[in-house]
Ligand binder design. Structure first.
Ligand code: IDC
Length: 465
């Protein structure tokens, strides 16, 4: 829900009720007016996420502090961003970060946080900026009545890309341009060296328009006759598929599909060369997400972190605002398949912002202990399931419908994005299309495997962006 303090001021009582918070500024303080747009972007049992847009309506201020009080002290800021957050009793304070220290007249800055709640309405009644109550009244007409909603529906006909624009990480979620937490659901290609013929106008149209997929993950193997054998061809092909996804309003995950050897550092130089090229080429696009190592295995978290801290700056130098996803230990199992868990990451995170961590599962192989790890980790780490299968980890075997359903229900609840392995006609049960489909050119629902039909039934439901 959105609430503007301007409208509350007009309503009167609530602002007066918070008078204890208003500390009169010294005469020299310049914040003569401010506006705060506070949006609860997501809410779940015991917690919520809020975006806080602060607009300075007075003269330029250098150094600022925003304060507000929750309706009871059971509500707490857990993790905040774009400011230094603290809380005393029910009163929360956000002090400027170094880079948004100066707020020019009319300028805004977007802050946010995840919080815990005992159930009370997590919308504060009023805000002060450098002690001055924010009663500003510029900007769009705010919504002040009605039931809080956590999502809005994009206009009919609009694509996932048009509805959400440039993405960024906010707290533990992926957020759209309006700072709302969103979940992207889509499909992964198979290896481009084997199944390139499956990615053409007709198949991508079916994915966008019939499956209503939000994203295409482009799996570019590095070994196994992949990138290392012809860097120019693979780089071009990835770039062209990013463009095909963009034309259809889908996001594209560029997957540097390392698998064997499992240490991503083996491919460090190739990764730097590849990402420098694709980031430069796609920097102006809003639909690109970079996945820097598919499934590290047989390697420590610190080695993966070291790889990430060398590759991420290469991407940022060319494309500063894109989200980057980092693979995790034990085939991107958050370490679980290696006898570890998410705490090694929580205690020693990658030193970079706007990043997420990869989790992969194969429903017939990875069940309750993996699900409980994801439930727990999702409160602390931004996660993206860039690959999952409905079958066993070999990519074959019987489809496990009940485990797949349990997984996708969990990911929906946590708003974790996912891509299914694979949108291809490989002769293996994880493939969504029956063998021979790509040569035939018909991508209608009659060509789907059992896995394809199940996954399409989940992906094609309306998005709640
Ligand atoms: C599998 C393919 C299979 C191919 C093999 C080659 O399904 O056709 O022969 O790779 O290495 C992963 C990997 C993904 C695997 C998939 C299924 O990311 O490359 O694809 N899987 O085994 N992790 C867990 C399972």
């Amino acid at each position: 829900m959105k609430r503007s303090i301007a409208a509350l001021a007009a309503a009167g009582a609530t602002v007066l009720g918070s008078a204890a918070l208003v500390v009169m500024p010294p005469a020299s303080a310049a914040a003569q007016g401010c506006r705060v747009d506070y949006t609860v972007t997501n809410q779940w049992q015991g917690g919520f996420q809020a975006g806080v847009k602060v607009t300075n309506l007075g003269d330029t201020i250098t150094g600022w502090s925003l304060q507000f009080a929750f309706s009871d002290a059971g509500q707490k800021v857990a993790q905040g961003w774009n400011a230094t957050w603290s809380q005393s009793g029910a009163t929360a304070t956000a002090a400027n970060a170094e880079w948004n220290r100066t707020l020019a007249a009319g300028a805004s800055t977007d802050l946010g946080f995840t919080g815990t709640t005992t159930g009370a309405n997590p919308v504060p009644a009023s805000f002060t900026l450098n002690g001055v109550t924010c009663t500003g009244s510029t900007g769009p007409t705010p919504t002040t009545t009605g039931t809080p909603t956590t999502t809005t529906t994009p206009p009919p006909g609009s694509t996932p890309l048009a509805a959400n624009g440039q993405l960024h990480v906010c707290g533990v979620h992926l957020c759209n341009e309006a700072n709302r937490a969103i979940q992207l659901r889509g499909m992964s290609t198979h290896g481009l060296q084997w199944f390139d013929s499956c990615y053409n106008d007709a198949s991508l149209d079916a994915l966008a328009k019939d499956w209503h997929a939000d994203l295409l993950r482009i799996a570019m193997y590095v070994q196994e006759k992949g990138y290392e054998t012809n860097a120019a061809w693979f780089t071009d092909r990835v770039n062209s598929l990013v463009g095909e996804a963009e034309e259809r309003g889908m996001y594209a995950v560029i997957d540097f599909h390392t698998l064997t050897p499992g240490d991503p550092n083996y491919n460090l130089d190739r990764a730097k060369t590849f990402f420098a090229a694709v980031a430069a080429r796609n920097a102006a696009k809003k639909n690109v997400i970079y996945e820097i190592a598919n499934e590290p295995n047989g390697v420590s978290w610190s080695a993966i972190k070291n790889y990430a801290e060398q590759v991420i700056p290469v991407i940022r130098a060319a494309d500063p605002d894109a989200v980057v996803i980092v693979g995790t230990r034990g085939w991107s199992s958050l370490g679980v398949s290696d006898g570890s868990n998410e705490t090694e990451i929580v205690n020693n995170p990658v030193n970079a912002t706007n990043i997420m961590y990869t989790f992969h599962f194969y429903a017939a192989s990875h069940k309750d202990n993996y699900r409980s790890t994801v439930s727990r980790a999702a409160a602390k780490l931004p996660l993206f399931v860039t690959e999952f299968g409905t079958v066993t980890a070999t990519g074959g075997g019987t489809l496990d419908q009940s485990s797949t359903t349990a997984w996708l229900d969990l990911l929906d609840q946590l708003k974790i994005g996912y891509a299914n392995w694979t949108y291809s006609d490989a002769d293996e049960s994880s493939a969504a299309l029956r063998p021979g489909t790509c040569a035939g050119g018909d991508y209608g629902t009659g060509t789907l495997t059992a896995s394809g039909a199940l996954v399409r039934s989940r992906i094609s439901t309306p998005d709640s962006f």
